[in-house]
Design a protein around this ligand. Sequence first.
Ligand code: OGA
Ligand code: MN
Length: 304
Amino acid sequence: MTITITPLSTRFGAEISGLDITRPLDLATNAKIRAAQDRWGVTVWRDTGLTDASHVAFSRLFGLVELAPRHQGKPPRFSEPELFDASNIDADGHIIDNAMRRLINAGNRLWHIDSSYMNVRSAQSLLLCHAAPPVPAPTLFADTRSAYDDLPQAMKARIEGLTARHCYFYSRMKAGYPTSEEELDRMPHAQQPLVMEHRASGRRALYLGNHARDIVGMTREDGRALIDELNTWTTQDRYVIEVDYSTGDMSIWDNLCTMHRAGDFDDTAYARDMRRTTIREAGVAAAEDHFTTMFAASKRVAEG
Ligand code: OGA
Ligand code: MN
């Protein structure tokens, strides 16, 4: 099998074809896939034929596959504990009509980086489409390496060494979820550098998105103005690609050199079944089930 790599834009994103990824691949092919991912930041795979089990198995070529958070009282839709549910349907396949859960999902329509609110970052996310609506419902991706490269020198100097505080429920609050700054203050936060060394490519990348709440050492107002300015810069059309899905299609993005958001569609009218695996950044230790721990801690705050 020969791997075919078709760029989706000059600097960023590529579609990969020619491989049957439902079966184990040889080491040389795995290395080519990782190299393509490191080079292009986003890869798109059409009509993969992957199941839940082979989705998880394929994901392992990138590293440690995270466990998805388990939420008390909410049975997961899948038997694989590694699958994050990025759909708008419940365990019976019905479109979610619970207003609070819809508001939580709405946060995915804001530009973000998966897991930036965790101290241990995620590298790749692998999002597989199990059912696509009959209307466009893409994911949008932004190239945080090129966005960094193109910054004016004065801005590069200004942000060098800065640290942001990220909080999951901050993006949810921005999307309309009812919570307050005071409540957020008591929730878990992660500190992340604004400028990321993307070790896999030797390039640098911005690391922000809408989980980024404050900048350490700056007033809330000044920090947010800077975060907004850089998020707006990064998501200009020239850094963005859009990927739409049919059933079986998968996108893989590297959270350490991209931002993404779900595109807009009528999620009260159409089911969209998307399942995700997530790879932990290489070489970092964390409790195995750290997402469940983080969400449980946030819930305790919310419940007082
Ligand atoms: C995600 C996500 C976007 C989408 O699964 O992390 O942001 O298009 N998904 O569903
Ligand atoms: Mn996401």
